[in-house]
Design a protein. Structure first.
Length: 402
């Protein structure tokens, strides 16, 4: 019988448990003087490269900008020996897992507090995602919880540098070494961030970045894999384009994918990679300004930057304590929206998502749930003006009920 794919649904009983943590509504943004939550930062440099790519008539993944972009990215962003561009961040995660031979029966440890694509990529491989809770201070995966989740089936740990702050990688790499596990970074939100002087994207065996329009380095849709291993780089390069055998074109020794980045997207990426220092500097500058203006408001928690880390504030995030602030996160969002300010609520954790709920129903992830209930990101683009930041902060100051 023919049957279309049906959506996953959570039982009414399950929904009763989850609902108090979910956003109550999406507020309507006042059109006038709207400050968007995030907009790309593009200049004539990117435009010039795109025009050059168009005029060359190379529009597929075989055009020269792809390699130029990869070289520039490896040199300036990830500080790795290799970078391999693909068509999305999700493809980058998927190919990294495939190259590490992750498949059915294998377990991959990752945070429940992340964007859905991280866990979906594990699911594409037929592997089993094993979730850990978030750390209440950094909002990154609770590193201490990782050790408790390792079993005989564990093959990889996938740390995600949430909202631009690197994960504490030393203990993760130590565990991975002890148990013979792959470390695959999901670096989609942390272009240019550093941990103890080393760049994100160079902190494990292999890393995946998203280059989606709102990411710090953007190509619209796109992703890139970074690594210091020539073997892994060569393998993902082969896999991204149907795994054609160089010596016998239509002969395939792997099940390949069609995940190439186009020359046009790579032209945008080259311009962005050349500007990465500026893009990161602006994000960090905006983050510092926000924190200075918001730090003393009772009930508002601002992001941290532990010593030895750089937080690149992909999104500038706050937590709203309903009791101390006098208003909950959703009411504050509505107030900001009335003032033309667009915001987003934090990720809904993986264990609350309909396709994954049943699998993790017996487990507890209280930190991720509280983040989902109280977290909010403010306008975060690198193009944000000083005046826009002061406007946002003044609404937060005047909304507080002492
Ligand atoms: C944006 C993002 C992705 C997905 O990237 P796409 O380019 O949209 O496929 C994956 N993981 C995290 C943590 C992200 O923030």
């Amino acid at each position: 019988m023919k049957k279309m794919l049906a959506p996953y649904r959570i039982s009414p009983q399950g929904m009763r448990r989850i609902r108090p943590f979910l956003p109550k509504f999406e507020p309507v943004i006042m059109r006038k003087a709207a400050i968007p939550v995030c907009a790309p930062d593009l200049t004539s440099r990117e435009a010039k490269y795109v025009e050059e790519a168009m005029k060359s008539t190379w529009i597929s993944g075989t055009g020269p900008f792809v390699e130029r972009f990869e070289n520039e990215y490896a040199k300036r962003v990830s500080k790795t020996r290799y970078a391999v561009a693909v068509n999305s961040g999700t493809s980058a995660i998927h190919l990294s897992l495939i190259a590490c031979n992750i498949g059915p029966g294998d377990e991959v440890i990752l945070p429940t507090f992340t964007m859905i694509a991280t866990v979906n990529a594990v699911r594409y491989c037929g592997a089993t995602p094993v979730l850990v809770d978030a750390d209440p201070v950094t909002w990154n995966m609770d590193v201490a919880a990782v050790a408790r989740k390792i079993t005989k089936k564990t093959r990889a740990i996938m740390p995600v540098h949430i909202y631009g702050l690197p994960v504490d990688m030393d203990p993760i790499n130590k565990l991975a070494k002890k148990h013979g596990l792959w470390v695959i970074e999901d670096a989609s939100e942390a272009h240019g961030a550093t941990y103890k002087g080393r760049s994100v994207g160079a902190l494990g065996d292999i890393a995946a970045f998203s280059l989606f329009a709102n990411k710090i380095v953007a190509t619209g849709e796109g992703g890139i894999i970074t690594t210091n291993s020539k073997k892994l780089a060569d393998l993902v390069k082969l896999l991204r384009g149907h795994a054609f055998t160089p010596s016998h074109h239509f002969w395939h020794q792997y099940v390949g994918y069609s995940y190439e980045m186009t020359n046009l997207a790579a032209a945008v990426g080259l311009g962005q990679a050349e500007r990465v220092a500026e893009l990161v500097k602006k994000r960090r500058h905006n983050g510092a300004m926000y924190s200075k203006l918001l730090r003393d408001i009772p009930g508002i928690t601002v992001p941290v930057e532990p010593k030895g880390y750089t937080n690149v504030h992909w999104m500038y995030c706050i937590l709203v304590d309903k009791k101390k602030y006098g208003m909950d996160r959703d009411a504050l969002r509505a107030t900001l929206a009335k003032n033309g300010i667009e915001t987003r609520t934090f990720f809904v954790p993986i264990h609350f998502q309909p396709p994954y709920y049943e699998q993790y129903r017996q487990e507890l992830f209280p930190v991720a749930e509280a983040l989902c209930r109280d977290g909010l990101y403010l306008p975060s683009a690198s193009t944000l003006t000083k005046k826009e930041i002061t406007t946002v902060c003044s609404v937060l100051h005047s909304a507080v009920r002492l």
